[in-house]
Design a protein around this ligand. Structure first.
Ligand code: ATP
Ligand code: LTN
Length: 329
C-alpha cells in the first residue's frame, strides 16, 4: 500500500512559539513515522511582508535546525527550503490564474494581516495560491496545520477540484489535519487572540527558544480569569483553559486529569508547575538546536532535501504544463 503523502510549511519570520510547536510541529514529528512527509521552510511566503535580507537568511536556516531539533528525522522526512525548488513559484503563478479574486479576498488571514497597514503587497493577497501550489505539487493527502489555516486548506481543495474538473484528474484533493487540542493556542496576555510570533508584545507568547527564566516570568504574568479554580471551561474561563491546554499537551494529560491534579490549589501552584513543565519540555529541543546551529549538518540536510523534493514534484509540474497547453521545452 502507498504511504499517505504529508506536506506542511512554516514561515521563517522569527521566533517560533509554543503555538507553532503544539499546533503544528508536534504533529509533524508524530506523522513522520506513519506517512511520507515533506516539511518546508516557506521563505517565498515570508516575503509577502517586508523582511531584512540577513535576518531572513538566518531565520530560514534556524527554522530548518529547529525542525530537526524538535524531532524531525531527515532520514525519514524531507526537509527543505521552498525557494530551492523553483516548481513552487511556477505552480504558484499558475494557480493564481485558477484562483478567483473574490475567493482570495474572503480569506480572513489576508483581512487580518492587511488591516491598518499602509502598504499591502499583491503577494500577501495571492499568498493562498502559493500555499495551494506547495501542497498540490506533491499529491499531498494530509496537511497538518493549526486551526488558523483551515480556510486556506478549503481554498486549496477548491482550486484542486476546479483544476481537475477543467483539465482532467491532476491533483489529489488534500485533507487538513488539525489537532483537537492545541490547534489554537491563545495569547498569554489576551485569551481572545491567537498566540502569534509577530505579536508586538513578547509577553503574549512563549518562544520555543526562550530561556527558562523568561518562560517562568511570562507564565507568572499570564492573565487568568476570575475565581481561583483550575477548571477547563473555554467559554467562561478562556485564559485558564488555554494554560491548561498547554499543560495537558506537554504532559499528555487530559483536561480532567489536569483538573484533578490541581484541585483546590488555585492559580499560583498551577502556574509554577506549568512553567517547569514547559521549561522541561523545551529544554532537550533547545539543547539539540544549539548543537545543530553551529554544525554543517543542517546545510547538508537542506541540500539533499531540495534535491529529493525537486524529483518528487517534477512529474506533477510537467503534467500541469502539458494540460494547460504550454509548448513543452
Ligand atoms: P504569525 O503568527 O507570525 O502570523 P504564524 O505563526 O501564524 O505566523 P506560521 O509560522 O507559518 O504562521 O505557522 C506555522 C504553523 O503553526 C501553521 O500550521 C499554523 O497554523 C500554526 N500555528 C500558528 N500559530 C498557532 C497557534 N497559536 N496555535 C496553534 N497553531 C498555530
Ligand atoms: N500559510 C501557512 C504556511 C504555509 C503552509 C504551506 C502550511 C505555507 N505553505 C503549505 C501548510 C502547507 C501559515 O501561514 N501558517
Amino acid at each position: 500500500m502507498m504511504m499517505t503523502r504529508v506536506f506542511s510549511g512554516i514561515q521563517p519570520s522569527g521566533n517560533l512559539t509554543i503555538g507553532n510547536y503544539l499546533g503544528a510541529m508536534k504533529n509533524f514529528v508524530r506523522l513522520q513515522h506513519e506517512a511520507d512527509c515533506l516539511f518546508c521552510v516557506v521563505d517565498l511566503h515570508a516575503i509577502t511582508v517586508p523582511q531584512e535580507p540577513e535576518a531572513l537568511r538566518e531565520n530560514s536556516r534556524n527554522l530548518a535546525a529547529l525542525y530537526i531539533a524538535a524531532g524531525i528525522d531527515p532520514d525519514k522526512a524531507t526537509v527543505f527550503i521552498q525557494s530551492h525548488v523553483t516548481a513552487h513559484a511556477e505552480l504558484g503563478w499558475i494557480l493564481q490564474c485558477i484562483a478567483y479574486y473574490g475567493e482570495l479576498g474572503r480569506m480572513t488571514q489576508f483581512k487580518d494581516k492587511s488591516a491598518q497597514k499602509e502598504v499591502v503587497t499583491a503577494g500577501l493577497f495571492t499568498y493562498p495560491a502559493l500555499m495551494a501550489a506547495d501542497i498540490l505539487l506533491y499529491q499531498t493527502g494530509l496537511v497538518p496545520v493549526g486551526e488558523d489555516q483551515k480556510q486556506h486548506l478549503e481554498l486549496t481543495r477548491d482550486i484542486a477540484e476546479r483544476f481537475n474538473n477543467r483539465f482532467g484528474q491532476t491533483f489529489v484533493v488534500p485533507e487538513p489535519y488539525i489537532p483537537k487540542f492545541g490547534g489554537r493556542i491563545m495569547s498569554l496576555e489576551n485569551p481572545e487572540k491567537k498566540m502569534s510570533k509577530s505579536d508586538e508584545s513578547a509577553g503574549a507568547y512563549i518562544a520555543m527558544l526562550d530561556e527558562p527564566d523568561v518562560i517562568r516570568k511570562k507564565i507568572s504574568r499570564a492573565v487568568t480569569d476570575s475565581d481561583r479554580e483550575v477548571r477547563y471551561d473555554p467559554d467562561a474561563k478562556p485564559a485558564v483553559s488555554n494554560l491548561m491546554t498547554i499543560y495537558g499537551m506537554f504532559t499528555d494529560m487530559t483536561m480532567e486529569q489536569v483538573e484533578k491534579h490541581f484541585a483546590g490549589q488555585g492559580y499560583g501552584p498551577f502556574k509554577k508547575e506549568l512553567a517547569e513543565v514547559v521549561v522541561d519540555g523545551l529544554s532537550p529541543i533547545q539543547q539539540r538546536y544549539r548543537e545543530l546551529i553551529g554544525s554543517s549538518e543542517v546545510d547538508e540536510v537542506l541540500r539533499k532535501g531540495a534535491q529529493k523534493a525537486r524529483e518528487m514534484c517534477a512529474g506533477t509540474l510537467a503534467d500541469v504544463k502539458s494540460k494547460l497547453g504550454f509548448v513543452l521545452a
